[in-house]
Design a protein around this ligand. Structure first.
Ligand code: SF4
Length: 307
């Protein structure tokens, strides 16, 4: 859950998730729709699908026992080197390097590393440096300490070096300039044109066909543009997407739902639908002007949502 997401955002989702799936067996027995429904609002839904697949694999091939070896963990769906190391350190107390952004910054400064940490050779150097700092035991404590050092003292921007417990062996000359990073790829702006269709109190949705929101339901795609009923900017990785919703009449092939029992939907579509239902906007008729919900402007932080 913490991949790409802050702790504060994750906590309510984590608590709800653990109540529903207190162990690997209960998750493995769940169906994908109920798993996605619980994940609704957290974004990056492949994480939920991968957790479900991983739980099923652990139950089917390992008797429900989660492996502690990072190499074995990496074979499970959705688990890469970072997550595998984090599980090995925090769940099993193994002394392994757990290189999140905070730790990468601390290690780059400790070594006064003057190359970009975002390319493969920079990454390798930092991994080796982090390995050289490992204790023989207490992996959980060591990983926590490095993360805390990065979060509280060796912060991005200006670090609090006088208060640092490892200042005696830190080699950084201008720590506020470190770590160095390669230039970011440019943001891609896109439009996602959708419709709001309602009949006899039921609203119409379509299943997602693309990989981004696989297993979720979406507002149907627009075939032509009209007056915008609702607009919202949201981001997916480096894509900045403007969702625009128009009124339309239901079409064959769209599935109708009771608004009180909606299937799992990504946050932007769910938010658009909730706002339109709350505003009681009906599909536009010739004699009726649509009510406009103020659109967010590009670049307005408050209008940008996680998908
Ligand atoms: S001395 Fe300063 S730059 Fe070095 S690790 Fe500590 S806080 Fe970071």
């Amino acid at each position: 859950m913490l991949q790409q997401t802050t702790v504060a955002a994750v906590i309510p989702f984590f608590e709800r998730w653990m109540r529903a799936f207190p162990d690997v067996w209960s998750l493995a027995a769940a169906d994908e729709e109920s798993v996605l429904k619980l994940w609704e609002g957290l974004g990056y839904y492949s994480r939920a699908r991968n957790l479900l697949r991983a739980a099923r694999e652990i139950v089917a091939s390992q008797g429900g026992r989660i492996p502690s070896d990072p190499l074995q963990l990496c074979k499970l769906p959705g688990i890469g080197p970072y997550t595998a190391s984090a599980i090995a350190a925090f769940a099993f107390d193994h002394p392994v390097p757990v290189l999140d952004a905070n730790v990468l910054r601390v290690v780059a400064r400790l070594r006064n590393f003057q190359k970009a940490i975002t390319n493969a050779s920079g990454r390798r150097f930092l991994e080796q440096s982090a390995c050289s700092l490992l204790p023989e035991e207490n992996g959980c404590l060591h990983a926590s300490a490095l993360m805390e050092l990065g979060a509280l003292i060796c912060k991005a921007g200006r670090p609090d070096c006088p208060a640092c417990p490892v200042k005696k062996f830190c080699l950084a000359r201008n720590p506020e300039k470190l770590p160095l990073k390669a230039a970011r790829k440019p943001v891609i702006h896109e439009r996602d044109l959708r419709v709001f269709a309602r009949k006899n109190g039921r609203i119409f949705l379509v299943p997602s066909t693309g990989p981004r929101w696989k297993g979720l339901w979406l507002l149907p795609p627009a075939v032509s543009e009209g007056k915008v009923l609702f607009a919202l900017w949201h981001t997916v990785t480096r894509h900045k997407i403007r969702l625009e919703v128009f009124a339309a009449r239901p079409r064959a092939g769209w599935q109708s739902f009771d608004p009180a029992a909606l299937p799992p939907m990504p946050s932007p579509h769910r938010l658009a639908l909730s706002s339109l239902l709350a505003s009681n906007i009906a599909p536009r008729r010739k004699s009726q002007s649509p009510q406009i919900i103020p659109a967010f402007s590009p670049g307005t932080p408050a209008g940008t949502r996680r998908s």
